[in-house]
Ligand binder design. Sequence first.
Ligand code: SF4
Ligand code: ZN
Length: 312
Amino acid sequence: MSAACTKCGGPSFYVRRYSGETLCQPCFKASIIEKTRRTIAKFGMLQRGERVGVAVSGGKDSLALLYVLHSLSTGRGYTLISLTVDEGVQGYRDESIRHAAWLAEKLGVEQVVVTYKELYGFDLDQALDWKDERDVSSCSICGIFRRRAIDEAAKRAGITTIATAHNLDDYVQSFMMNLMHGDVDRLGWLDPLVVDQDFPMRRVKPFMEVYEEEVALYAHLSGLPFQSNSCPYMHEGLRSEVRDYVNELEVKHPGMKNVLLNSALQVSARLSTAKAHETIPCAVCGNPSTKGLCNVCRMKRMVEQHTKYSPG
Ligand code: SF4
Ligand code: ZN
């Protein structure tokens, strides 16, 4: 016989080790929605009446985010727009883009799709065609292009706030990796209260206080589809080692991830106010940059130099 749900007394199915709660399915799902609502309120992430872009790749985390925000948006007056980027990876992205389109339609949410091909002249398969000659990872290259692509989709939809599905585990991993690299600027950028006046798009992470395994469980219980294969270029290197290490810590010391999140919040709050970084417009595209050429234009040049493709 399973223990009673701590909240309603019904039969429980899940033990939340870090809090000691035992939860039934409806109370578990309600707790994820409530936690997300509190995170949004605590950090002033979304405003009443606002149009909010949700970056939906079609993976379980982003589908769950759209689903949760949709249930929260009723009565709070904000309108959601699903923003999807098609990087152009043959045999991989089609499935997740189908899932993203399916959920947007089911919820009656407008969807804006942009592709690398239309924005940059090449798709990801083409852009990564110089694997053997570089020391920068595929995901670093892809990430630079994707961030800008999401901004473009947001501009088209007339949105200035973008919600991404980064969860507590992602947040803690980024904190630890930036610490390892001594990247003080990036540590400061983790501060959820930072609003960078130079960048027109504000990014918020409503799942930043929810454990990754709980996002996955929420997605499963909500009947959201899971993608069957992973990106062929995925190479996480250090990040997957950090993930394994943090997971081991959590098993031995339940709640350690929450402790790390709190440390990250304190460190980033100190660093974000310590130094405002100056930007100048990119000489090619006009977006903010630190050295006169933004990351996207720099990476585009590298892709053009090293592959036979050039943007049309
Ligand atoms: Fe891009 Fe890496 Fe994600 Fe593949 S796994 S879509 S290369 S960021
Ligand atoms: Zn540029």
